[in-house]
Design a protein around this ligand. Sequence first.
Ligand SMILES: C[S@@+](CC[C@H](N)C(=O)[O-])C[C@H]1O[C@@H](n2cnc3c(N)ncnc32)[C@H](O)[C@@H]1O
Length: 315
Amino acid sequence: MSPPEPAPPEPPPWERRRQAAQAALDAARDGRARNRLGQFATPPALARALVRLGLHTLSPTAPIRFLDPSIGTGALYSALLSEEGERPIEDAAGVELDPLAFEHARALWADTPLRLIPGDFTALTPADAATLVVANPPYVRHHHIPPADKARLKERLLTQTGTERSGLSGLYVDLLLLSLGWMAPGGVGVWLIPSELLDVGYAAAARRVLLERVTLIRVHRMDPNAPQFGDALVSSAVLVFEMRPPPVDHHVTFTFGDLEHPTQTRLVPIAALRAAPRWRRELTASPAQEGTPLGELFTIRRGVATGRQQAVCAS
Ligand SMILES: C[S@@+](CC[C@H](N)C(=O)[O-])C[C@H]1O[C@@H](n2cnc3c(N)ncnc32)[C@H](O)[C@@H]1O
């Protein structure tokens, strides 16, 4: 029999207050309203893992200028306060559309330097040079986006990112692409997104941007048998990227399973990804065709899957 799991550590006081506010916010909204706003908070342990990934990927000499484009009650900001260690936070900002969630966040973080911006992130003019964007964007399906908003988003994506928006696109793609305009060169993005971004036709333009405008470091697919959001019924993936063009011979690390202890790891050349209409199969494709599983080359020590290729230890 395996020994019992150690109890998770007590959350810090600010996180306990946030969890209470989150429970109040969730209780005030029925399932339909939460779907329309894409309101599913990041579970605390996952929030901390996402922030750790971002901090490990960000250059140790870079200042922390944090941005959450859809902050809710601030699960990811709370995680940043827990994980920053000795590194000072030079700036932190969060945008929130829902007035009720915004009010909760304002009350929670009033005594901290967090700048809260009310409104629709997709309607704002980029105003920051963030070095660390950590996001769990709203999973709003296209049929919940009114036609007038789709037209506005189409225009905005074309002018700001040069990409053609599909009418079938979920709102999270818009937030992801528009956030690039808020990032400093060398900044790091960590995005928890529906794993369908890896495959669906409507996200093809986003996948191209991820291969051309940024250096995509890691694509992690969460084990769909352990869904993160219970009632949200969506399988999730995590993207980690740096805001700089990729080197010609760049390889993306694809992982599967637990974010910090993946059960599968594979390096895939971006040339192969550019040619691939879908990415999900990159983890299951034959190694001879599509890169080589690290485990075939090295003995991988688990527990150091930070998202930086340099930090994958082999012996
Ligand atoms: C998936 S939740 C994540 C909240 C928080 N970042 C977290 O990790 O728990 C998405 C949040 O985005 C907000 N939201 C929805 N549409 C938005 C938009 N267009 N601009 C900014 N925030 C938005 C929702 O109200 C919700 O609080």
